[in-house]
Design a protein around this ligand. Sequence first.
Ligand SMILES: Cc1cc2nc3c(=O)[nH]c(=O)nc-3n(C[C@H](O)[C@H](O)[C@H](O)COP(=O)(O)O)c2cc1C
Length: 314
Amino acid sequence: MKPLILAPLRGFTDVVFRNTFQRHFQGLGEAVAPFITSIKGCRIKPNHLRDLVPAENRALPVIPQVLSNDPDGLICLTHALSELGYGEINWNLGCPYPMVANKMRGSGLLPHPDIIDRMLEKTLHGFSGKLSIKTRLGRFRADEMNDLMPVFNRYPIARLIIHPRTGEQMYAGTVDLMAFQSCLENCSHPVVYNGDINDLSTFQQLEQRFPSVSGWMLGRGLVANPFLAEMIQSRVQNISRRQARFKRFHDDLVDGYQRQFSGPGHVLDRMKGFWRYFASGQPDGAKILKRIRKIGSLDHYLEVVAAVLSVQDR
Ligand SMILES: Cc1cc2nc3c(=O)[nH]c(=O)nc-3n(C[C@H](O)[C@H](O)[C@H](O)COP(=O)(O)O)c2cc1C
């Protein structure tokens, strides 16, 4: 079976989440970490590097990700991460948020294959590590890929992770599987599929349709249902003692953030964020989410969630 890869979800899949996930669930082969950037020349924010301290990232092989539109910044980041011991670095060409894309970063670079070409040439020259790319089909239109793929094909890119939407689409509409098929046919590198794998049957349909992909990346669907990778690996729909296992995971996650963050307010904010996804795995999820969003203290949050998650497995 091709590896299942945890997608980078900034604000969610950080080192605390990754390590906690691995203590409670199975099925993932590796993770791409949320992006880091360089500031002013070659400085990297210390809190960005904190997520990638090698000693704390042993539970799951991690591929750091960088966001940059400047060759020197990209070189600086890839070299700094290689020196930390990371064998593969991923370049983010997919981020759709206007604040990023309008500055010609992430998916904002996709309409400029000439710039991508120059950046790849400069970055890969003399770089002994592996560089992979995570991309969308284009920023405005899926056919931007027609000009991008020949550029990607010219360089020794370790793998291309494709989320088959445009940047402008953000997360709306459906993934464009015809366009993904065409990428798969035209790409000379291993291709990883990413997008909307939210349940076992969607995965099975994609697996049947695209047997030549080299891996599958799971994002929101896995955070919403942390059992998903196990379900895919074992091809079972039903997980026993689901609620009890989820509760242990949840409580361990809270402990992890209590150790990581300075103050209960930050822990509360982070956990409330998670419920945007967790709620969909709960009976009455919309009601629970509404209730959790109004909570003002971590103690109250813990009380409410304990009650919600005490619903016994049937
Ligand atoms: C909250 C959030 C944060 C994200 N952060 C990143 C990121 O740091 N780097 C990246 O390449 N993609 C990022 N993505 C995109 C995901 O990695 C993934 O490509 C996208 O969610 C589609 O996959 P999914 O349908 O399995 O979630 C983010 C998406 C979301 C919703």
